[in-house]
Design a protein around this ligand. Sequence first.
Ligand code: PGA
Length: 267
Amino acid sequence: MTALRKRLMAGNWKMYKTAKDARVFVDELKNLLGNVESLGSVAPEAAICAPFTVLYALRDELPQLGVGLGAQNMHEAAEGAFTGEISASMLQDAGCQYVIIGHSERRAYFAETDEAVAKKTVVALESSLVPIVCVGESLQERENGQTDTVIEKQMRVVLDALASFAAEKGESEKVKDLVIAYEPIWAIGTGKSSSAQDAQQVIGLIRRFIADRLGQDVAQAVRVLYGGSVKPDNIAVYLAQEDIDGALVGGASLQPASYVELLRKSV
Ligand code: PGA
Protein backbone atom coordinates (compact mmCIF):
# COMPACT_ATOMS: atom_id res chain seq x y z
CA MET A 1 0.00 0.00 0.00
CA THR A 2 1.34 3.41 -0.87
CA ALA A 3 1.30 5.56 2.20
CA LEU A 4 -0.10 9.07 2.12
CA ARG A 5 1.69 10.05 5.25
CA LYS A 6 3.55 13.35 5.22
CA ARG A 7 7.19 12.95 6.21
CA LEU A 8 8.29 14.56 9.46
CA MET A 9 11.82 15.74 10.16
CA ALA A 10 11.94 16.54 13.88
CA GLY A 11 15.01 17.98 15.57
CA ASN A 12 15.67 17.23 19.23
CA TRP A 13 17.96 19.87 20.66
CA LYS A 14 18.21 18.14 24.05
CA MET A 15 19.96 20.37 26.62
CA TYR A 16 21.74 22.54 24.07
CA LYS A 17 21.33 26.20 23.06
CA THR A 18 20.45 29.43 24.84
CA ALA A 19 17.88 31.87 23.42
CA LYS A 20 20.69 33.74 21.69
CA ASP A 21 22.00 30.52 20.09
CA ALA A 22 18.45 29.70 18.98
CA ARG A 23 18.08 33.08 17.26
CA VAL A 24 21.38 32.55 15.45
CA PHE A 25 20.08 29.17 14.28
CA VAL A 26 16.89 30.74 12.94
CA ASP A 27 18.79 33.48 11.09
CA GLU A 28 21.05 30.92 9.43
CA LEU A 29 18.10 28.69 8.58
CA LYS A 30 16.43 31.66 6.92
CA ASN A 31 19.56 32.38 4.87
CA LEU A 32 20.12 28.79 3.85
CA LEU A 33 16.57 27.74 3.07
CA GLY A 34 14.11 30.59 3.32
CA ASN A 35 10.82 28.88 4.00
CA VAL A 36 10.37 25.09 4.12
CA GLU A 37 7.61 25.60 1.54
CA SER A 38 10.34 26.51 -0.94
CA LEU A 39 11.02 22.76 -1.08
CA GLY A 40 7.76 22.38 -3.00
CA SER A 41 4.58 20.38 -2.64
CA VAL A 42 6.42 17.34 -1.28
CA ALA A 43 8.24 19.35 1.41
CA PRO A 44 8.40 17.40 4.66
CA GLU A 45 6.82 18.67 7.86
CA ALA A 46 9.62 20.21 9.90
CA ALA A 47 9.80 20.67 13.67
CA ILE A 48 12.37 21.65 16.26
CA CYS A 49 11.93 20.38 19.82
CA ALA A 50 13.80 22.90 21.92
CA PRO A 51 14.57 23.38 25.63
CA PHE A 52 11.75 25.08 27.59
CA THR A 53 13.77 28.27 28.10
CA VAL A 54 14.14 28.75 24.35
CA LEU A 55 10.51 28.24 23.31
CA TYR A 56 9.48 31.88 23.57
CA ALA A 57 12.46 32.98 21.53
CA LEU A 58 11.34 30.65 18.73
CA ARG A 59 7.55 30.82 18.90
CA ASP A 60 7.08 33.51 16.26
CA GLU A 61 10.27 33.03 14.27
CA LEU A 62 10.18 29.31 13.46
CA PRO A 63 6.60 29.13 12.13
CA GLN A 64 7.45 31.99 9.76
CA LEU A 65 9.98 29.63 8.20
CA GLY A 66 7.43 26.84 8.00
CA VAL A 67 9.02 24.99 10.93
CA GLY A 68 6.89 23.81 13.86
CA LEU A 69 7.92 24.16 17.49
CA GLY A 70 8.04 21.39 20.05
CA ALA A 71 9.13 20.63 23.61
CA GLN A 72 10.99 17.59 24.89
CA ASN A 73 8.82 16.61 27.84
CA MET A 74 5.70 17.60 29.76
CA HIS A 75 3.78 16.63 32.88
CA GLU A 76 0.45 14.83 32.53
CA ALA A 77 -1.43 16.96 35.10
CA ALA A 78 -3.26 20.11 34.01
CA GLU A 79 -1.65 22.10 36.83
CA GLY A 80 -0.65 21.62 40.45
CA ALA A 81 2.15 21.32 42.97
CA PHE A 82 4.73 19.70 40.67
CA THR A 83 7.85 21.78 41.17
CA GLY A 84 9.97 22.00 38.07
CA GLU A 85 7.35 20.56 35.71
CA ILE A 86 5.51 22.01 32.71
CA SER A 87 1.94 21.22 31.59
CA ALA A 88 0.45 20.76 28.12
CA SER A 89 -1.38 24.10 28.29
CA MET A 90 1.87 25.86 29.23
CA LEU A 91 3.52 24.34 26.16
CA GLN A 92 0.69 25.56 23.96
CA ASP A 93 0.95 28.96 25.58
CA ALA A 94 4.65 28.98 24.61
CA GLY A 95 3.75 28.21 20.99
CA CYS A 96 4.36 24.45 20.84
CA GLN A 97 2.61 22.11 18.42
CA TYR A 98 4.70 19.02 19.29
CA VAL A 99 6.08 17.33 22.37
CA ILE A 100 8.57 14.48 22.62
CA ILE A 101 7.39 11.90 25.15
CA GLY A 102 9.35 9.06 26.75
CA HIS A 103 12.72 9.74 25.18
CA SER A 104 15.15 7.02 26.31
CA GLU A 105 17.21 9.63 28.17
CA ARG A 106 14.12 10.51 30.23
CA ARG A 107 13.34 6.85 30.81
CA ALA A 108 16.94 6.14 31.87
CA TYR A 109 17.85 9.25 33.91
CA PHE A 110 14.45 10.46 35.15
CA ALA A 111 12.76 7.12 35.82
CA GLU A 112 9.97 7.72 33.32
CA THR A 113 7.79 4.61 33.13
CA ASP A 114 5.69 3.19 30.30
CA GLU A 115 2.60 4.14 32.33
CA ALA A 116 3.69 7.78 32.64
CA VAL A 117 4.48 7.83 28.92
CA ALA A 118 0.99 6.50 28.16
CA LYS A 119 -0.71 9.14 30.34
CA LYS A 120 1.33 11.97 28.83
CA THR A 121 0.53 10.75 25.32
CA VAL A 122 -3.22 10.90 25.94
CA VAL A 123 -2.98 14.33 27.59
CA ALA A 124 -0.92 15.66 24.68
CA LEU A 125 -3.54 14.48 22.15
CA GLU A 126 -6.37 15.88 24.28
CA SER A 127 -4.52 19.20 24.22
CA SER A 128 -4.02 19.04 20.44
CA LEU A 129 -0.26 18.67 20.77
CA VAL A 130 1.36 16.09 18.50
CA PRO A 131 3.07 13.57 20.78
CA ILE A 132 6.32 12.12 19.44
CA VAL A 133 6.49 8.97 21.55
CA CYS A 134 9.89 7.29 21.74
CA VAL A 135 10.46 3.55 22.03
CA GLY A 136 13.63 1.54 21.67
CA GLU A 137 15.75 -1.31 22.99
CA SER A 138 19.16 -1.28 24.70
CA LEU A 139 22.22 -2.94 23.18
CA GLN A 140 21.98 -5.80 25.65
CA GLU A 141 18.32 -6.38 24.81
CA ARG A 142 19.15 -6.41 21.11
CA GLU A 143 22.03 -8.85 21.62
CA ASN A 144 19.76 -11.11 23.69
CA GLY A 145 17.21 -11.18 20.87
CA GLN A 146 14.65 -9.28 22.99
CA THR A 147 14.06 -6.32 20.68
CA ASP A 148 10.57 -7.32 19.58
CA THR A 149 9.33 -8.09 23.09
CA VAL A 150 10.75 -4.85 24.51
CA ILE A 151 9.09 -2.78 21.77
CA GLU A 152 5.87 -4.76 22.13
CA LYS A 153 5.70 -3.95 25.85
CA GLN A 154 6.52 -0.25 25.40
CA MET A 155 3.92 0.04 22.67
CA ARG A 156 1.23 -2.01 24.43
CA VAL A 157 0.91 0.35 27.39
CA VAL A 158 0.59 3.40 25.14
CA LEU A 159 -1.79 1.67 22.72
CA ASP A 160 -4.05 0.45 25.55
CA ALA A 161 -4.35 4.02 26.82
CA LEU A 162 -5.04 5.28 23.31
CA ALA A 163 -7.65 2.58 22.69
CA SER A 164 -9.53 3.78 25.80
CA PHE A 165 -9.14 7.39 24.74
CA ALA A 166 -10.52 6.59 21.28
CA ALA A 167 -13.41 4.49 22.61
CA GLU A 168 -14.45 6.45 25.71
CA LYS A 169 -13.99 9.93 24.33
CA GLY A 170 -14.84 9.18 20.72
CA GLU A 171 -11.44 10.48 19.66
CA SER A 172 -10.45 7.90 17.04
CA GLU A 173 -9.61 10.64 14.51
CA LYS A 174 -7.32 12.48 16.93
CA VAL A 175 -5.33 9.30 17.59
CA LYS A 176 -4.09 9.51 14.00
CA ASP A 177 -1.96 12.53 15.03
CA LEU A 178 0.23 10.21 17.10
CA VAL A 179 3.87 9.99 16.03
CA ILE A 180 6.11 7.14 17.18
CA ALA A 181 9.90 7.42 17.07
CA TYR A 182 11.80 4.14 17.07
CA GLU A 183 15.17 4.94 18.58
CA PRO A 184 17.44 2.01 19.42
CA ILE A 185 19.23 3.26 22.55
CA TRP A 186 22.63 1.98 21.35
CA ALA A 187 22.31 4.17 18.24
CA ILE A 188 21.61 7.49 20.00
CA GLY A 189 24.51 9.91 19.88
CA THR A 190 26.95 7.09 19.23
CA GLY A 191 27.46 7.38 15.47
CA LYS A 192 26.35 3.71 15.27
CA SER A 193 23.10 3.88 13.35
CA SER A 194 20.84 0.89 12.89
CA SER A 195 20.85 -0.68 9.44
CA ALA A 196 17.88 0.56 7.42
CA GLN A 197 16.62 -3.03 7.10
CA ASP A 198 16.69 -3.58 10.87
CA ALA A 199 14.94 -0.24 11.44
CA GLN A 200 12.28 -1.13 8.85
CA GLN A 201 11.78 -4.54 10.46
CA VAL A 202 11.05 -2.99 13.89
CA ILE A 203 9.02 -0.09 12.48
CA GLY A 204 6.93 -2.50 10.39
CA LEU A 205 6.27 -4.40 13.60
CA ILE A 206 5.26 -1.16 15.38
CA ARG A 207 2.77 -0.46 12.61
CA ARG A 208 1.32 -3.97 12.99
CA PHE A 209 0.93 -3.45 16.76
CA ILE A 210 -0.96 -0.21 16.04
CA ALA A 211 -3.17 -1.97 13.49
CA ASP A 212 -3.95 -4.81 15.92
CA ARG A 213 -4.99 -2.45 18.71
CA LEU A 214 -6.37 0.63 16.93
CA GLY A 215 -7.26 -0.64 13.47
CA GLN A 216 -5.71 -0.50 10.02
CA ASP A 217 -7.04 2.97 9.34
CA VAL A 218 -5.16 4.46 12.30
CA ALA A 219 -2.05 2.36 11.60
CA GLN A 220 -1.83 3.71 8.05
CA ALA A 221 -2.18 7.31 9.26
CA VAL A 222 0.27 7.30 12.19
CA ARG A 223 3.78 8.40 11.33
CA VAL A 224 6.66 6.30 12.57
CA LEU A 225 10.13 7.86 12.59
CA TYR A 226 13.59 6.38 12.96
CA GLY A 227 16.04 8.04 15.33
CA GLY A 228 19.65 7.32 16.29
CA SER A 229 22.68 8.90 14.62
CA VAL A 230 20.69 10.14 11.62
CA LYS A 231 22.85 12.40 9.43
CA PRO A 232 22.48 13.98 5.99
CA ASP A 233 24.58 11.17 4.51
CA ASN A 234 22.45 8.30 5.85
CA ILE A 235 18.89 9.74 5.86
CA ALA A 236 18.07 8.56 2.33
CA VAL A 237 18.40 4.86 3.14
CA TYR A 238 15.90 5.16 5.99
CA LEU A 239 13.40 7.15 3.97
CA ALA A 240 13.60 4.52 1.23
CA GLN A 241 11.97 2.03 3.62
CA GLU A 242 8.26 1.44 3.28
CA ASP A 243 7.26 2.18 6.86
CA ILE A 244 9.73 4.93 7.81
CA ASP A 245 8.09 8.35 7.67
CA GLY A 246 10.93 10.59 8.74
CA ALA A 247 13.42 10.97 11.56
CA LEU A 248 13.96 12.27 15.07
CA VAL A 249 17.38 13.86 14.92
CA GLY A 250 19.59 14.95 17.81
CA GLY A 251 23.15 16.00 16.97
CA ALA A 252 22.56 16.74 13.28
CA SER A 253 19.67 19.12 14.09
CA LEU A 254 21.90 21.49 16.05
CA GLN A 255 23.61 22.95 12.98
CA PRO A 256 21.37 24.79 10.50
CA ALA A 257 23.36 23.48 7.53
CA SER A 258 22.89 19.81 8.41
CA TYR A 259 19.24 20.30 9.40
CA VAL A 260 18.55 22.02 6.07
CA GLU A 261 20.31 19.19 4.24
CA LEU A 262 18.11 16.67 6.06
CA LEU A 263 15.02 18.59 4.98
CA ARG A 264 16.24 18.76 1.39
CA LYS A 265 16.88 15.03 1.34
CA SER A 266 13.38 14.34 2.69
CA VAL A 267 11.45 15.67 -0.29
P1 PGA B 1 21.18 11.55 17.76
O1 PGA B 1 19.97 11.63 18.82
O2 PGA B 1 20.61 11.93 16.41
O3 PGA B 1 22.19 12.55 18.25
O4 PGA B 1 21.69 10.14 17.78
C1 PGA B 1 18.68 11.21 18.50
C2 PGA B 1 17.75 11.43 19.66
O5 PGA B 1 18.18 11.27 20.82
O6 PGA B 1 16.56 11.75 19.47
